[in-house]
Design a protein around this ligand. Structure first.
Ligand SMILES: Nc1ncnc2c1ncn2[C@@H]1O[C@H](COP(=O)(O)OP(=O)(O)OP(=O)(O)O)[C@@H](O)[C@H]1O
Ligand SMILES: [Mg+2]
Length: 254
């Protein structure tokens, strides 16, 4: 298995009682094993829908999605989803949250323990293993979400505005943490964000989407090695260029 993702001619139409919404139309994208690709686009353009389709939580109207050459036809442990609103289980401890997928997969207790410990250490929450979710800060909750996704050893992480609810400082810390995790695990990552700064800081490529139905307006390669200097003039220039493209889409909305 590899984490190569291939999305071909994807289309999603939502049918409501007396209306149809074309959320995605003819969307084609390849993401290579170990690559981090960001999706940026106006609100409501279809970003979450794309992640949900890749996760197998929703079925395409047309087109197909392949992961490691295998067709996606439902949810699976080869894809780990990290949601914006944390989506943790409040009645479980931090450790039990991280072990959730392993329990579902029927992994024996001793091995669950060992794996959850490994990822608790990786995200710096070893001291909070027995804490309840409400005892954690926003940044810590998101670390639990990331550890829970990694514990299942997925081929790809699907991250939907994972740091959107965090304050600016915590957000920067989490971005650095994610880069470290990327280095250690070499996971493929499909990352949705509204932040141009975040996209340019993290990504190998930034995919700018049009307003709904989402199709690709432009793909921008970010060529600099990480960690990147946000203040560097070439980085600022790239942010400006991407912002201009996004503004075009937003203006067309009015
Ligand atoms: N289950 C659903 N039933 C009907 N319509 C839906 C459903 N899910 C999404 N949509 C519609 O599809 C479009 C895309 O929604 P989506 O959540 O993918 O947008 P988004 O790009 O993630 O937006 P945001 O940046 O605000 O999170 C929207 O018009 C939304 O109303
Ligand atoms: Mg969304």
């Amino acid at each position: 298995m590899s984490g190569d993702l291939s999305i071909r001619g994807l289309k999603k139409v939502f049918k409501t009682k007396d209306d149809e919404v074309v959320a995605i139309d003819d969307f084609t994208l390849d993401v290579k094993q170990g690559e981090l690709v960001s999706l940026l686009g106006p609100s409501g353009c279809g970003k979450t829908t794309i992640l949900r389709l890749v996760a197998g939580l929703s079925e395409p109207t047309a087109g197909e999605i392949l992961l490691g050459g295998k067709k996606v036809s439902g949810p699976g442990a080869d894809r780990g989803m990290i949601f914006q609103e944390f989506a943790l289980f409040p009645w479980r401890s931090v450790r039990k949250n991280i072990e959730f997928g392993l329990e579902i997969a029927g992994i024996p207790k001793a091995e669950r323990r060992q794996r959850s410990q490994f990822f608790l250490d990786m995200v710096g929450l070893e001291r909070f293993a027995d804490a309840r979710i409400h005892e954690l800060s926003g940044g810590m909750k998101q670390r639990v979400g990331i550890a829970r996704a990694l514990a299942n050893d997925p081929e790809i992480l699907l991250m939907d505005e994972p740091f959107g609810a965090l304050d600016a400082q915590t957000r920067n810390i989490m971005q650095k943490e994610l880069l470290k995790i990327m280095e250690k695990t070499e996971k493929t990552i499909l990352f949705v964000t509204h932040s141009v700064d975040e996209a340019v800081y993290l990504s190998d490529r930034v995919v700018v989407l049009t307003k709904r139905p989402a199709h690709i307006k432009e793909i921008i390669e970010v060529p600099w090695p990480r960690p990147r200097d946000r203040a560097a003039p070439e980085v600022a220039a790239m942010r400006k260029k991407i912002l201009r493209e996004l503004e075009e889409e937003n203006v067309m909305d009015n």
